[in-house]
Design a protein around this ligand. Structure first.
Ligand SMILES: *[C@@H]1O[C@H](CO)[C@@H](O)[C@H](O)[C@H]1NC(C)=O
Ligand SMILES: *[C@@H]1O[C@H](CO)[C@@H](O)[C@H](O)[C@H]1NC(C)=O
Ligand SMILES: *[C@@H]1O[C@H](CO)[C@@H](O)[C@H](O)[C@H]1NC(C)=O
Ligand SMILES: *[C@@H]1O[C@H](CO)[C@@H](O)[C@H](O)[C@H]1NC(C)=O
Ligand SMILES: *[C@@H]1O[C@H](CO)[C@@H](O)[C@H](O)[C@H]1NC(C)=O
Ligand SMILES: *[C@@H]1O[C@H](CO)[C@@H](O)[C@H](O)[C@H]1NC(C)=O
Ligand SMILES: *[C@@H]1O[C@H](CO)[C@@H](O)[C@H](O)[C@H]1NC(C)=O
Ligand SMILES: *[C@@H]1O[C@H](CO)[C@@H](O)[C@H](O)[C@H]1NC(C)=O
Length: 902
């Protein structure tokens, strides 16, 4: 009985969606100044500038003669794109998988005085969006589609076609109710053909605020129709998500010839006759029918009965729409005809017609994320905008993609040669899983050749020529190269060495390696091969011998600085990963906990050769839960390997990590004197109060370490959790920064959790601007560093309690006093007045600058370092002070320092 292709919307889930204000609306007035916004007088809609959504283009104004009183304000300005072929807007925020109405409008307005409207193309995502501009300069057009957002942004591109400069006047995005216009889905969108208000009495176009979704209804009056209207309020069904504007629904058209049909047709010939159409009819009975009256009619399309009989309900909206599209005709004819029993003719309150646009599949999402990440990491200056692979005519320079028929396209080759790349190979390359050819030749890339390259199963060409890679080439890559499955070039990398030490690779890959070595030997290709292998083996032995020498624990010297030995060799880079058994042995079965960090407990440990270590076991809850656990682990591993490359005398040496199932650990060099916080608070009971000279040296050490993280690392590292308990002191009282970098891996998915953790753990250090911008920058570290300095001056914790146990930050308490010119009343009494007042003032001034509420007013760490060096006189004086410290420490070193729990 129910016809498959027409469908009456009867009862959908009640969706009490309120669109009273403008949630889900994004209204952009293109071409107005970047910091400008306004509420439109007629529509009450809030418009912002487009500057946030695009980096390119130039603002223009239409000529004065076209700026009439009736012209909506949005059309006075436009943005033009004289440069580049394709310029794209990125519209956010957008909720993925939701349905949106997207409207772009264009008013040329003879802004250039040429009186020649250009022709150009527009794209939504990767799909062409046909724009036909009127040839009359005083007119504007708008184009609208209904689409499902496939990503968490929508990209709108304007593309030159050789007929003038593309431009745009407005972009409007409206979130629709999920239950509406379901013909628009992931694989097709609906392009508006027309949206009409039959029987309109006002003759006005109706939109927001009358229409909740800001659909624009144009009046439609015919002389063979009789308009009917009502002043009664239509009852918009709560369960009807369409909610056409009341002002539209309370007028309707009826054929003047009461026995005739209500008919109309729409031509399709001006577009492709194969194209498909969907029609949406909206009805409400506006007359109170008498007992003997009835209005009942059937639907026919292109001469065929399709649905009926249907009677509109009194003052209540019904929406009826085609379920399969109309197609294959030059024009489509719609007839509403009354049934024989009906006493009244058909009516129609509102109608919408859409064409169906099939969507091209965009590039694989993981590939898009990866290439976007690569673009950001290396700050690639190419015109890489829009989708990387689609449409194929705008494929990104340097990329090749799989053919668009195999949906969705993936990146199969990436040529980044001679692109000025610096830093390490981006871990996100590992996510380009279909890549066959990767060329990074002629750049300044550093660091090891990462193992993940070997996991790219399709990789056939890898060109690393002319870079500064260091360390060994992963054995698996060499194997692939040997068996011919990979063309590997790595000339002109002076620091690159042979395959890694067999003893230090995992059991699995060692076995694999032997398996491959045997056939090579057996086939005895040439004596040369044997010779090469012998050279490798020899190297291996010498390396191991050097390593043993390096790790002998010299008891007279305190602990071993293993990382320093390994800095330029391949020594440390192979000992990064430990098994869980090794960790258990190292810590003597977790015998001695020495602290409790945010991510888990820290244990004291000792390596076989004697090096003392701090082993941070990571609790599982702290590791972000990913839908794909393997990738979470990869990320941990990638991050740990990045940390391996951070070497600075003021950063706690990172020795390695363990990752075996749920057991994850980070292994650092043990810092004998514990953390700075415990020294300042006096909980480190064996320590004497630090004197001013020592405090200054510590301040400079920390500043140098932080400066290195910010400027000496690529990519730069933002510490994110700078505080005195993350500053560790070795037996020489040299300060080293710990716990950097990992906050990126942990709890990153849930930034909010991270914030609240940080607030709990590190209140008093948090950059106040961070709350507004929601964006941690290196200037946030500078703020926290300022708090550390203030603790060094005052000897008080970052959060202080008054007698009433009310909490207050140290900054709030001390900075106003210092700014008032009185530093001596906040200075740590334990210094007993033994400080140089000038250097104290200088440090206090640095504190005020660093803790400035506005991040742009804070100095960089480079500036802070220079100021602190100034404080210490010269660097040589600093060294003198330092050697003095060593004397002092040696004197007291018979006392064992117990690092207190962190
Ligand atoms: C609107 O503009 C004003 C003044 O430039 C600015 O303070 C405000 O933040 C803007 N509002 C939005 C929502 O962008
Ligand atoms: C990008 O730049 C290249 C060379 O500068 C040019 O050939 C290409 O057409 C540009 N592509 C786009 C989409 O603008
Ligand atoms: C352009 O449109 C305006 C308004 O519709 C009209 O008055 C004018 O005559 C048109 N100009 C041309 C050249 O068609
Ligand atoms: C709408 O539907 C999509 C896909 O079914 C879903 O992801 C989304 O959360 C829904 N939106 C709302 C507001 O219910
Ligand atoms: C979208 O709708 C069309 C027509 O109803 C249907 O053929 C297609 O399978 C749908 N696509 C998706 C991804 O749901
Ligand atoms: C690789 O892709 C996964 C899933 O899309 C993502 O979670 C991960 O962060 C990506 N890895 C890198 C290094 O970008
Ligand atoms: C690798 O890059 C270098 C420099 O660009 C080039 O000379 C060489 O031919 C490339 N090798 C391969 C195998 O493509
Ligand atoms: C290696 O570097 C030298 C000197 O810079 C250069 O002449 C040579 O062409 C480079 N080799 C390759 C394969 O690029």
């Amino acid at each position: 009985m129910v016809l498959p292709w027409l469908y009456i919307l009867m009862s959908l889930l009640a969706l009490a969606v309120s669109v009273q204000s403008q949630p889900g609306f994004l209204s952009i007035d293109c071409g107005i100044p970047g910091d400008f916004n306004y509420t439109d007088d007629t529509t009450q809609m809030f418009y912002t500038s487009d500057a946030k959504f695009i980096d390119t283009g130039t603002n223009k104004e239409i000529t004065a003669i076209h700026m009439t009183q009736t012209l909506p304000r949005q059309y006075r300005n436009l943005r033009i794109f004289p440069d580049g072929i394709r310029n794209c807007y990125t519209l956010t925020p957008v909720i993925k998988s939701n349905r949106y109405l997207l409207r772009a409008s264009f008013m040329y307005g003879n802004y250039d005085g040429l009186d020649q409207p250009p022709q150009f193309d527009a794209y939504v995502g990767v799909d062409r969006w046909e724009i036909n501009l009127p040839s009359n300069s005083s007119l504007y057009v708008w184009n609208e589609i209904i689409m499902v957002a496939s990503l968490d942004y929508i990209s709108v591109c304007l593309v030159k076609t050789g007929n003038g400069i593309p431009f745009i006047s407005t972009l409007e995005l409206r979130l629709l109710d999920n239950s509406t216009y379901q013909a628009a889905n992931e694989s097709q969108s609906l392009r508006l053909y027309t949206r009409l208000d039959p029987g309109s009495t006002s003759g006005q176009r109706i939109r927001y605020p009358d229409d909740d979704y800001d659909r624009m209804w144009s009046p439609w009056v015919e002389n063979f129709w009789t308009p009917i209207d009502t002043s009664f309020s239509i009852n918009l069904r709560k369960d009807d998500g369409y909610q056409p504007a009341l002002a539209v629904m309370n007028t309707s058209a009826m054929p003047t010839n009461t026995s005739g049909n209500l008919s109309f047709y729409f031509p399709t010939s001006h577009v492709d006759p194969r194209s498909q159409y969907h029609v949406f009819f909206h009805f409400a009975e506006l007359e109170r029918l008498q007992k003997n009256q009835s209005r009942e009619f059937n639907f026919s399309i292109d001469g065929k009965y399709v649905y009926g009989p249907f009677s509109p309900e009194y003052l209540s909206v019904d929406t009826i729409f085609t379920q399969s599209p109309l197609s294959g005709k030059d024009q489509h004819v719609v007839d509403l005809y009354k049934t024989t029993s009906s006493t009244l003719p058909p009516i129609l309150n509102a109608v919408e017609i859409f064409t169906v646009e099939q969507l091209t599949s965009p590039t694989d999402g993981q590939d898009v994320d990866a290439i976007m990440n690569i673009k950001a990491i290396y700050q690639i200056k190419r015109n890489w905008t829009g989708d990387p692979c689609v449409p194929s005519s705008y494929i990104w320079e340097g990329l090749n993609c799989s053919s668009p028929d195999s949906k969705p396209p993936t990146i199969i080759s990436l040529d980044l040669s001679s692109s000025g790349l610096a830093g390490v190979l981006a871990p996100s390359l590992a996510n380009l899983t279909s890549i066959q050819s990767l060329d990074v030749s002629n750049n300044s890339l550093t660091g090891p050749v990462p193992d993940f390259l070997a996991q790219l199963s399709s990789l056939k060409i890898l060109n690393l020529t002319n870079n500064q890679f260091t360390g060994p080439i992963p054995a698996i890559l060499l194997d692939k190269s040997k068996d011919g499955s990979l063309s590997l070039s790595f000339d002109n990398n002076t620091n690159l060495s042979g395959p890694p030490d067999i003893n230090h690779c995992e059991a699995g890959s060692c076995k694999k390696k032997r398996k491959i070595l045997v056939p090579i030997l057996a086939s005895s290709i040439s004596a040369l091969v044997v010779l090469i292998i012998m050279v490798f083996v020899l190297r291996k032995f010498t390396q191991r011998r050097r390593q043993r020498e390096a790790v002998v624990w010299d008891k007279t010297d305190g602990s071993i600085h293993k990382m320093q030995y390994g800095r330029n060799g391949s020594l440390h880079s192979e000992n990064q990963r430990f098994t869980y058994t090794e960790v258990v042995n190292m810590t003597n079965n977790f015998e001695r906990p020495i602290g409790n960090g945010g991510f888990g407990t820290v244990y004291h440990g000792q390596m076989r050769e004697g090096t003392q270590v701090a082993v941070k076991m990571l609790s599982l809850q702290s590791v972000k839960v990913l839908s794909h656990p393997r990738q979470g682990c990869n990320e941990f591993q990638n991050e740990a390997q990045l940390l391996m490359r951070v070497h600075h005398k003021n950063v706690v040496p990172f020795i390695g990590y363990c990752q075996e199932g749920d057991n994850m650990a980070l292994i650092y060099e043990y810092m004998a004197l514990g953390n700075l916080g415990s020294h300042l608070s006096g909980t480190n009971s064996n320590s004497k109060a630090l004197n001013w000279g020592q405090r200054l040296c510590i301040a400079l050490d920390v500043a140098l370490g932080l400066e290195y993280l910010h400027n000496g690392c690529r990519p730069p590292i933002i510490h994110r959790d700078m505080k005195t308990t993350n500053i560790l002191l070795n037996e020489r009282l040299e300060a080293k920064i710990g716990d950097f970098g990992m906050s990126k891996v942990f709890l990153q998915d849930d930034e909010f959790t991270h914030i609240s953790t940080a607030v709990k753990g590190t209140a008093g250090y948090l950059d106040p601007e961070y709350f507004n911008s929601n964006n941690l920058t290196h200037r946030s570290d500078v703020y926290s560093f300022g708090v550390v300095l203030l603790e060094l001056i005052t000897g008080r914790p970052a959060i202080i309690r008054n007698a009433d146990y009310e909490k207050r930050t140290l900054v709030d308490w001390a900075c106003p006093i210092i700014a008032g010119g009185d530093v001596q009343s906040v200075v740590d009494p334990r210094l007993e007045g033994d400080y140089d007042i000038n250097s104290l003032w200088k440090v206090a001034e640095i504190v005020l600058a660093c803790t400035s509420p506005r991040s742009i007013e804070r100095p960089t760490m480079t500036e802070v370092v220079a100021e602190l060096k100034d404080c210490l006189g010269t660097e040589t004086t600093a060294e003198r002070t330092r050697s003095l410290n060593i004397d002092q420490v040696e004197k007291t070193s018979s006392i064992t320092f117990q690092p207190s729990p962190r």
